[in-house]
Design a protein around this ligand. Structure first.
Ligand SMILES: Cc1ncc(COP(=O)(O)O)c(C=O)c1O
Length: 397
């Protein structure tokens, strides 16, 4: 098989840091990936929550083609219309006033935490606070506000004055937050942390403390942002207004792009020359991003809400049928999952045998982050395969 040959060459030349699926991709289109041996897979992982319009979307391809004929990379020494247009669109969609473009989710988090320190430093506020189960990326600042040993072992020392508090623990929040807090960063659905959500009481108390102690709240919407949960941002469900928001993944339409959103006043804390990146706001990524955001705002987010309800109902029916295996259904929109009663990886592998791609997080949680364009038929195909796997497993319990 052609794929075996590529897999063995990969082992000889690349860092072995990824647990890859045994698939060598030939091409991908819509919600389907086709491997070099001709197998077609239904993809409910979507490039890990990136390809929201599906693969090879004609509008994205055409926007990219038009842009590369004009220019690709210029650097931030120049004014570029695609950057300005995407920033304008993000601001009008979100109500934030300023945007900083970079290349990845980690880089948005790094920039947001640096911005928080800049905002706080005249008042001697330095502490950066994250939560257990949070995932913010692989740079040092991001790792410093995370708690998972796998990501941190043997990599210390980390950034000073950082901590990860227990998630959803109001007492811990109250005892650790004070005048020295510069920022609290959180996800409103923990993407890598098993799709856990903060409780409304926890969020309410966090924002009360913000008003009392004058720090900034950073919403890490790298995975949840730009409509994935059925609202433009996941935090909207809580009726709160974070000071800084980070988005990436979906915003580049499949190209590397991240954005930090904030107010005019906060953005002003970062002076000319204090922050920057060579590739940030690449014009080709920005025109692809324009297509994504326009589609999301022009009906796709409504579809996410509706298909999300359908997916939730279908998953809940399975949970009712297989209570020995499925403990709980979590998430909303195109970010949902099933908390299993055992390790989720055998389920992931068996679904792959049935040509359905998903993944697992937090050991026992099956995570679905499909493209927003999935249909009821796609959901039915996934549910049918999952039901077969559950039936096969039930027979062995
Ligand atoms: C919530 C969140 N923040 C940050 C990141 C890091 O993004 P990247 O992998 O693009 O650096 C991720 C990636 O999964 C994420 O889910």
């Amino acid at each position: 098989m052609q794929s075996q040959e590529v897999i063995s060459r990969e082992h000889d030349v690349l860092f072995q840091t990824y647990k890859r699926l045994p698939i060598v991709v030939d091409h991908a289109s819509g919600v389907e990936i086709v491997d070099v041996d001709g197998n077609a897979y239904l993809d409910f992982l979507g490039g890990i929550a990136v390809n929201v319009l599906g693969y090879s979307h004609p509008k994205i391809i055409s926007a990219i083609e038009n842009q590369i004929r004009r220019y690709m990379h210029l650097s931030n020494y120049y004014y570029q219309e695609p950057q300005v247009q995407l920033a304008e669109l993000l601001c009008s969609a979100s109500g934030y006033e300023r945007v900083f473009f970079c290349n990845s989710g980690s880089e948005t988090v790094e920039g947001a935490l640096k911005l928080a320190r800049r905002i706080g430093h005249q008042k001697s506020k330095y502490d950066l606070v994250g939560f257990s189960g949070g995932f913010h990326g692989r740079t040092y600042a991001a790792l410093s506000v995370m708690d998972k040993p796998l990501y941190k072992d043997g990599m210390g020392p980390f950034v000073a004055k950082t901590i990860a508090l227990p998630f959803n623990d109001i007492d811990a929040l109250e005892s650790r937050i004070d005048e020295s807090t510069a920022a609290v960063i959180l996800e409103f659905i923990q993407g890598e942390g098993g799709l856990s959500e903060p409780t409304p009481e926890f969020v309410k108390r966090l924002f009360e403390l913000r008003d009392e102690y004058d720090f900034v709240v950073i919403a890490d919407e790298v995975q949840t942002g730009i409509g994935r949960t059925g609202s433009f941002f996941a935090f909207e469900k809580y009726g709160v207004r974070p000071d800084i928001v980070t988005v990436a993944k979906s915003v580049g339409g499949g190209l590397p792009l991240g954005a930090i959103l904030t107010t005019h006043a906060h953005a002003g804390a970062m002076l000319r020359g204090q922050h920057g990146t060579t590739f940030g706001g690449n014009a080709v990524a920005c025109v692809a991003g324009m297509v994504v955001v326009n589609e999301v705002l022009n009906g796709l987010m409504q579809h996410v809400l509706e298909i999300g309800r359908y997916l939730h109902a279908s998953l809940s029916a399975l949970a009712e049928q297989f209570p020995k295996q499925i403990r709980e259904i979590r998430g909303r929109g195109c970010m949902q999952g099933a908390v299993m009663n055992s390790d989720a990886s055998p389920y992931v592998n068996r679904l792959l045998d049935k040509k359905v791609i998903i993944n697992s997080t937090s050991v026992n949680v099956i995570r679905l982050v499909p493209p927003y364009v999935i249909t009821e038929e796609n959901v039915d195909t996934f549910i049918r395969a999952f039901r077969e796997v559950l039936l096969e497993t039930e027979a062995q319990l």
